[in-house]
Design a protein around this ligand. Structure first.
Ligand SMILES: [Zn+2]
Ligand SMILES: [Zn+2]
Length: 264
């Protein structure tokens, strides 16, 4: 699995893009920056999208992607929990803001087809084994595990304190998660369902206690005013505990097998 970071922040600006990641050029994890980050050819390569939750910074590029690919003769399958499917169907996909992408160019071959998935029920998408697991956030939210070629990823999307309840269900080689705020805003992080460096480390300790090892950790979804603090505080945790973190940036790419140290 090759992971390409398309956007690694919760805010869009000249220098930051909202959260999206692309697996092997075909499967998108969230839709915060699918169009800004990709050439037209690369946009046409997307075959499926997994949405973690309904917040705008994770779904917004469904519309610009739809208009870009609507005459390509392909249907992109979109997977999410029911709450997300309902919210996206009722708003972005209502046909009021842009074409009705769920029924055009034709009802048989629409631009997007929405699929609701149940928690803990494994499903297959483009040959990857996937599963939604609930994660704590301010709205119903799912992390998604994804496995292929002997390597496993768990993408948390937005999550806050209490993430460790997911460790009962997943034990990924690579954890792609979020740190939105620095430690000085733990109150805000708790209130909004996000992580700080200390809250992430707390969840990782519980991962280690349960599974006897640590995953490789990729960090995304940083709030730009907190970025310096987040980087400094994660580096402090590394110095004190040895736990390593990769703070992702848009356009970074990772071979997850290499990252996980898997060979053969
Ligand atoms: Zn977000
Ligand atoms: Zn959110």
């Amino acid at each position: 699995m090759k992971l390409r970071v398309l956007g690694a922040h919760n805010v869009e600006s000249r220098h930051t893009r909202m959260e999206s990641h692309l697996v092997d050029g075909v499967l998108a994890l969230d839709a915060g920056s699918l169009t800004r980050a990709l050439t037209p050819d690369e946009q046409r390569g997307i075959r499926a999208i997994i949405l973690s939750h309904r917040h705008f910074d994770h779904v917004k590029d469904l519309l610009p992607l739809g208009i870009a690919i609507r005459n390509e003769g392909v249907t992109v399958d979109v997977y999410a929990i029911q709450d997300t499917v309902d919210a996206v169907t009722d708003t972005l996909m209502s046909g009021r803001l842009f074409p009705d992408f769920l029924n055009s160019p034709s009802a048989d071959a629409p631009t997007f087809r929405m699929h609701s998935v149940d928690f803990y029920q494994p499903f297959e998408v483009l040959g990857y084994r996937a599963m939604a697991v609930p994660v704590p956030h301010s709205v119903p939210a799912a992390g998604f595990s994804l496995a292929s070629e002997g390597v496993s990823l768990f993408y948390t999307g937005d999550t806050g304190k209490g993430l460790s309840a997911a460790w009962e269900h997943v034990a990924p080689d690579v954890l792609l998660t979020e740190v939105t705020f620095g430690n000085d805003n733990e109150v805000g992080a708790r209130a909004s369902g996000h992580l700080t460096p200390n809250l992430l480390m707390e969840a990782l300790r519980e991962f280690g206690e349960r599974h006897g090892r640590m995953p490789q950790v990729l960090v995304s979804h940083i709030n730009p005013p907190w970025e310096d603090a987040v980087r400094r505080e994660l580096a402090e945790i590394t110095r004190e505990s040895g736990q390593r973190f990769v703070v992702t940036e848009a356009d970074m790419t990772f071979d997850l097998r290499d990252l996980a140290g898997r060979t053969g």
